[in-house]
Design a binder for this molecule. Structure first.
Ligand SMILES: Nc1ncnc2c1ncn2[C@@H]1O[C@H](COP(=O)(O)OP(=O)(O)OP(=O)(O)O)[C@@H](O)[C@H]1O
Ligand SMILES: O=C(O)C1=C[C@@H](O)[C@@H](O)[C@H](O)C1
Ligand SMILES: [Mg+2]
Length: 167
């Protein structure tokens, strides 16, 4: 078993929103590794960052993704920073990976004041600019498909992703 597709992209790209819609269009389950990590750790992501630090979070994220790639056959959304870990990028090598791209202006609007995202808790606009610049090449390096989300309605984006996966 392997996921029908793995969704990657920055915070606010719409991985969760679009992923749920794509799964419904394809009639398959949806899962989000942020939720799987919280279930495994027994605490919310901000608490994992606070108690254990980002490196520990990324290691837990990698093992969670490895299990999901082996066991789950629906649409799988990854956390926005999962691709920072080289081991996680390697795991994605054999997968269908859809990069939902978003640029700063739309990402800022969608993320607002950061809500529950520990890395965006302070100065979300500047932090998002840094994250986008740092991560863009990494998203592209794992992607088999790229779908632009700026100025587009979620239903339209989900339909494009579903068509790509069917085609
Ligand atoms: N194409 C879009 N147009 C307008 N709003 C959107 C679009 N996609 C997502 N949103 C909104 O942006 C917010 C963030 O979306 P979502 O949680 O799906 O992003 P994400 O990529 O899963 O982020 P994270 O990496 O933090 O989990 C939500 O409020 C969602 O409704
Ligand atoms: O962009 C990031 O580094 C993160 C995004 C979220 O999905 C969570 O995985 C966590 O808040 C870290
Ligand atoms: Mg999400």
């Amino acid at each position: 078993m392997a996921p029908v597709a793995v969704l990657v992209g920055a915070p606010g790209a719409g991985k969760t929103t679009i992923g749920e819609m794509v799964a419904e269009l394809l009639g398959v389950p949806f899962s989000d590794t942020d939720n799987l990590i919280e279930a495994t750790a027994g605490k919310p992501i901000p608490e994992i960052f606070f108690d254990d630090g980002e490196d520990a979070f990324r290691a837990l994220e990698r093992t969670t993704i490895a299990s999901a790639l082996a066991d789950f056959d629906g649409v799988l959304a990854l956390g926005g920073g999962a691709i920072l870990h080289e081991g996680t990028r390697e795991l994605l090598g054999a997968q269908t990976v859809v990069y939902l791209s978003v640029e700063l202006s739309d990402a800022v609007k969608r993320v607002g004041l950061g809500g529950g995202r520990p890395l965006l808790a302070i100065n979300p606009r500047a932090t998002l600019k840094y994250l986008l610049d740092q991560r863009r090449p990494l998203y592209l390096s794992v992607a088999t498909h790229t779908v632009v989300t700026d100025h587009r309605d979620p239903a339209e984006i989900a339909a494009e992703v579903a068509a790509l996966l069917k085609g």
